[in-house]
Design a protein around this ligand. Structure first.
Ligand code: MOS
Length: 745
């Protein structure tokens, strides 16, 4: 399968549990990722990156590098092609400042400071080593206590840094019981399996790129502005991504450097950063220190919910982890307030990463709720139900749908929650391990962005759907093709489905768990446009068995239109088109937020995650022995792939709770674990038993297809559920995430 033309193979449509169409190609190594492309004459580039976190580059031994056999050119601030726009200028939304050799300044460790272009990767790599940079170093600011605290103007992508609903202090003063706790989450790095590669070549003022991206049009816009060319003169192929998790939402500096290098040498250039070089210029999740202050009345109802977040951004840009945002939607409270503060550190700029804000915020709030529930002698699930948000807090809007009660009930039943002891450290398994259980609420906004699609049906009865959608591994190749087949009333064999290329209609960003909603609804609308035109031809044609049925009076399936009132009367697409003397019918469709619906309703997916852990009482080692999540996210396009998304999200949750943490040396600002050996993530052996339950939910408001996002919600309840289970097993409450064994002894 390529990004351009591949017929859909296995027949089916919406609701079918199809396996990934791209799976066999990936397993056999036949799926071409960006770095697999090598246009004739391609040169290889290697980055030279800063070994200091703050200061300037004093010298680079360019002569030594260029003297090395095979090295063609060294690109430094001296000779780097001039850009049409300052890369630090942020006059377009979704622009982040990047380091592309604009000067000799070093703003963080692993910042690119030169690019060596050579005939082989080996020569480029050795050339980069020979540059032997020297520096003028300043003391770096590393860690949440290292900088001056201020209130950012916004967090995330334009979300308010402070939000207040009611009088929190009064709520605390009137409470029967109060709780205060401070939780810390570390800096985390995306670690997508595929690095941020780029294979760039110039044809005059036209740029050709093989590059993984979560947003083709965003990348075209950014690169077009930087190079002073039309976005449409940039062609990007991105049929597959080896993960993105937010880090491929915007072009990273090294990808822009590949384009600059290709321009400098007048030949195609391939640049694939090393794993270590991905720690710095590609974004990360900023660290947080979160203080929760809660108050409850006698009946266990929240009177106050105050969430203060201290987080960090880089010294030069301003993405702030929006950890408080989740608190504005999760629970009902008489008064709720969130407030973000921040410091500036000498690190790369944080970026959206796997439920940005929701993941970090929910581990804190879910832990705090548990601590208070224990103090109240209340079952943690009962406590959550007692504070169920019937309408969205802050806005008071009704939810377009919210099957969270069913998630709690079905999840608890499948997990076997009933009869759980309230007190910690009550249970041991046959091997003497301490056993504990915990629950967390999962939630994620149901987003939709602007997207477009094209569709057509031809006189031979076949059809095509085209959209610039992207598959990071989440299953878009399959789920979107199912929507396309369903919309056109074709089986999968007669449908050609194209995506993953900037030549195709803009499908927005594959992010915010909004891609199926965006691309899916655009496809749905394009297909409907085609079927409406085809129907009009038939019902107005006296020679058709459908004559007089009216547009609402027919259905499209199996390549035929059929009368609703008399299913024996039908006609094939081919016959309708041939009689009308048409070779094809083309349609267009759009998706986007409906402002009227958004004004009237709150739209979120929900879930409940139950965790069981076993802790070695002597060594403190934690194992997640069971994980059950029940999620409600509107209409399910493909239950098999949706379950996989939930599994993936829950595994991120295990990773968040127990493993991931970027360690930096506070003296140098350099990473101590910028590799997959020491930056720990769970492996199969860490996931003994996992279940994802799909709770039915119909939503006629959220969008025409009724789908909500499923990509990121799994992480949100899980990390908190695990933290709570660890406490329940051991009686030790770890507020410093990740929960490593040293903190339990
Ligand atoms: Mo995601 S962090 O919206 O790619």
């Amino acid at each position: 399968m390529t990004s351009t033309s591949e017929p859909v193979r296995h027949g089916s449509s919406i609701g079918q549990p199809l396996t990934r169409r791209d799976g066999p190609l990936k397993v056999k190594g036949q799926a071409r990722f960006a770095a697999d492309n090598l246009p004739p004459g391609t040169l290889h580039a290697a980055l030279c990156v800063a070994k200091i976190a703050r200061g300037r580059v004093k010298s680079l031994d360019v002569a030594a590098a260029e003297a090395h056999p095979g090295v063609v050119k060294v690109m430094t601030p001296e000779n780097a092609p001039k850009l049409a726009k300052d890369p630090d200028l942020k006059d377009v939304p979704f622009t982040f400042k990047i380091d592309v050799l604009q000067n000799d300044k070093v703003r963080y460790a692993n910042q690119p400071i030169a690019v060596v272009i050579a005939e082989t990767l080996e020569a480029a790599t050795e050339g980069a080593r020979l540059l032997a940079p020297t520096y003028e170093e300043e003391a770096p600011r590393i860690g949440l206590d290292a900088g001056e605290v201020f209130t950012p103007s916004s967090v995330g992508v334009g979300a308010p840094a402070e939000q207040v609903d009611g009088d929190v202090e009064a709520g605390l003063a009137s409470a029967a019981k109060t709780f205060t706790g401070t939780y810390e989450t570390p800096a985390q790095y995306h670690n997508a399996m595929e690095p941020h590669a780029a294979v760039a070549s110039w044809d005059g003022d036209k740029l050709n790129l093989f590059m993984p991206t979560q947003g083709l049009a965003i990348a075209q816009g950014r690169l077009g502005a930087l190079f002073g060319i039309k976005p449409t003169d940039i062609h990007i192929e991105s049929p597959y991504l080896g993960g993105g998790f937010g880090s491929k939402g915007v072009p990273a500096g090294p990808q822009v450097l590949a384009c600059m290098a290709a321009k400098l040498v007048g030949k195609p250039v391939k640049l694939v950063p090393t794993r270590s070089q991905m720690y710095g210029p590609m974004g990360h999740r900023g660290p947080t220190r979160q203080t929760l202050r809660l108050g409850v009345d006698e009946g266990g109802k929240l009177t106050a919910l105050d969430h203060h977040i201290l987080t960090a951004s880089s010294s030069f840009d301003d993405f702030f982890e929006p950890a408080g945002r989740v608190t504005t939607t999760l629970y009902a409270s008489k008064a709720t307030a969130i407030r973000h503060e921040a410091v500036r550190l000498d690190t790369g700029t944080p970026l959206f990463m796997r439920a940005p804000g929701e993941a970090s915020g929910s581990v804190a709030i879910e832990s705090a709720l548990d601590e208070l529930a224990f103090d109240l002698n209340m079952d943690p699930l009962e406590f959550r139900l007692a504070n169920y948000a019937e309408v969205e807090p802050f806005t008071g809007k009704p939810f377009s749908s919210k099957a969270l009660r069913e998630c709690y009930a079905r999840g608890a039943q499948a997990f076997g929650w009933a009869g759980r002891p309230l007190k910690p450290r009550q249970t041991r398994d046959k091997d003497g391990f301490l056993v504990g259980t915990g629950v967390g609420t999962a939630t994620f906004p149901a987003l939709i962005f602007e997207g477009m699609a094209r569709a057509e049906i031809r006189a031979d009865g076949s059809g095509t759907v085209e959209i610039g959608a992207l598959d990071m591994g989440q299953g878009a190749w399959t789920a979107l093709a199912q929507i396309a087949a369903d919309g056109l009333g074709l089986d999968m064999e007669t449908l050609t489905f194209r995506m993953g290329s900037s030549d195709l209609p803009n499908a927005g960003i594959a992010g915010g768990s909004g891609h199926t909603a965006t691309a899916g609804n655009a496809i749905h609308a394009a297909a409907k446009d085609v079927i409406d035109q085809l129907t009009a031809l038939a019902v107005n044609d006296q020679a058709s068995p459908l004559f007089g049925a009216g547009n609402a009076g027919v259905t499209a399936a199996n390549g035929r239109l059929t009368r609703r009132d008399d299913t024996s009367r039908s006609e094939s697409f081919a016959d309708i088109l041939n009689r009308a003397g048409k070779s094809k019918i083309e349609g267009k469709g759009k998706a986007g937020a409906d402002p009227a619906a958004q004004n009237s309703y709150a739209m979120h997916a929900h879930g409940a995650v139950f965790a069981e852990v076993k802790v070695d009482p002597d060594l403190g080692q934690v194992r997640v022995s069971r994980l059950v999540g029940a999620f409600a996210a509107g209409r399910i396009i493909n239950p098999h792939l949706v379950r996989s998304q939930y599994y993936g999200g829950m595994i991120w949750g295990i990773s968040f709770a127990l493993h991931e943490r970027a360690e930096m040396d506070p003296r140098t600002g350099r990473f101590l674990n910028d590799n997959l050996a020491e930056y720990h993530v769970p492996v199969n052996a860490d996931i003994p038993a996992m279940e994802a339950i799909l709770i039915p939910e119909e939503d006629s408001v959220v969008n025409a297809l009724g789908v909500k996002g499923v990509g990121e919600i799994g992480i949100t309840g899980t990390a908190g559920a695990i933290a709570n289970a660890v406490w329940h097993a051991t009686g030790v409450r770890v507020r410093d995430i990740p929960i490593t064994l040293d903190k339990l002894l």
